[in-house]
Design a protein around this ligand. Structure first.
Ligand SMILES: [Zn+2]
Length: 237
C-alpha cells in the first residue's frame, strides 16, 4: 500500500496528513511540474487522515466531492481546513459529514465546521439527540448508504455508534469501536456504555472484508488489518 506523507504548517504546529489509499492511477504517478495543489485538477483522491493529536478525522475525496468522518474536539476546524487544502479541496467540496458518535472528541468540532460547509450531517439514530447541532442531523442506521459508503451499526461505545465501511477499498473508519493506541483493541472499557454490545460490534466488523482500519484513536492499521481484527474478535466477550 502506497503511503505518502505531506507536511504543512497548521497554525503553531506542523500537521501530518497521510495519504492512505488511492483509487486512481493518477495518484500513483510521481508529481510532475505543473499547477500548484490549489488547482482542482490536482486533487488527491482517496482516504486521508487529519491527525488532531489524540484523535483523528478522516476525509474521503472522490471526484470534486468530499466526505468527512468525525470532526475532533471543538476548535478543530482550522486543522481540518488545512487537511482539505492538502488534498487540493476545500470546504466548498464537502458534501457529507458523518459523526461516528456523540462524544465531544468526535462531534465537538461540529459548531466550528458548520458555518463553512453546506453538507448533509449524519449520526447514528440513538446518538442524534446527544449532539448539539445548528442544522438538523440526518439519523443513520446499520445498512444505510452515504456517498457509496456503508453505515455499520456498531453500538456499545455509545448506543448510536456507527462505523463507516468503504466496500470499494476495504477501508473501515471505526470511530471508537476499535482503537490502535496499544495494538488493535476494541472500545476502551472506561468509556464504553455497553461492553457486551461493544464486543458484539467487534465480531460484526470482523465479518467485513476489511483491508485497512482507520480508528478514532491511534494510527491507521494498513497492513494485516483483517487478521488482527479476526484475532481480536475471537478474544473479546
Ligand atoms: Zn473518542
Amino acid at each position: 500500500m502506497k503511503r505518502r506523507r505531506l507536511l504543512f504548517s497548521a497554525g503553531a504546529g506542523v500537521l501530518g496528513v497521510t495519504v492512505l489509499s488511492a483509487c486512481s492511477t493518477e495518484a500513483e504517478t510521481p508529481a510532475a511540474p505543473g499547477p500548484p495543489a490549489t488547482s482542482a485538477s490536482a486533487e488527491k483522491p482517496g482516504w486521508q487522515r487529519v491527525n488532531l493529536n489524540f484523535v483523528s478525522a478522516y476525509l474521503l475525496v472522490r471526484g470534486s466531492e468530499v466526505a468527512v468522518v468525525d470532526l475532533g474536539t471543538a476548535g478543530s476546524e482550522g486543522a481540518i481546513e488545512q487537511g482539505l487544502k492538502a488534498t487540493g479541496s476545500g470546504w466548498d467540496q464537502v458534501r457529507h459529514v458523518i459523526l461516528t458518535h456523540k462524544h465531544p472528541d468526535h462531534a465537538g468540532g461540529l459548531g466550528g465546521v458548520q458555518p463553512h460547509v453546506k453538507a448533509t450531517w449524519y449520526a447514528g439514530q440513538a446518538d442524534v439527540a446527544g449532539i448539539q447541532s445548528a442544522t438538523a442531523l440526518t439519523p443513520v442506521k446499520d445498512g444505510d448508504e452515504v456517498f457509496g459508503l456503508r453505515i455499520i451499526g456498531t453500538p456499545g461505545h455509545t448506543a448510536g455508534h456507527v462505523s463507516v465501511f468503504d466496500p470499494g477499498t476495504g477501508v473501515l473508519v471505526a470511530g471508537d469501536a476499535l482503537r490502535t493506541t496499544d495494538g488493535l483493541a476494541g472500545s476502551d472499557p472506561q468509556y464504553t456504555a455497553d461492553q457486551a454490545q461493544a464486543a458484539a460490534s467487534v465480531k460484526k466488523l470482523a465479518g467485513l472484508d476489511v483491508k485497512q482500519i482507520l480508528p478514532g484513536h491511534g494510527d491507521p492499521l494498513t497492513a494485516g488489518a483483517a487478521d488482527a481484527l479476526r484475532k481480536l474478535a475471537a478474544s473479546v466477550q
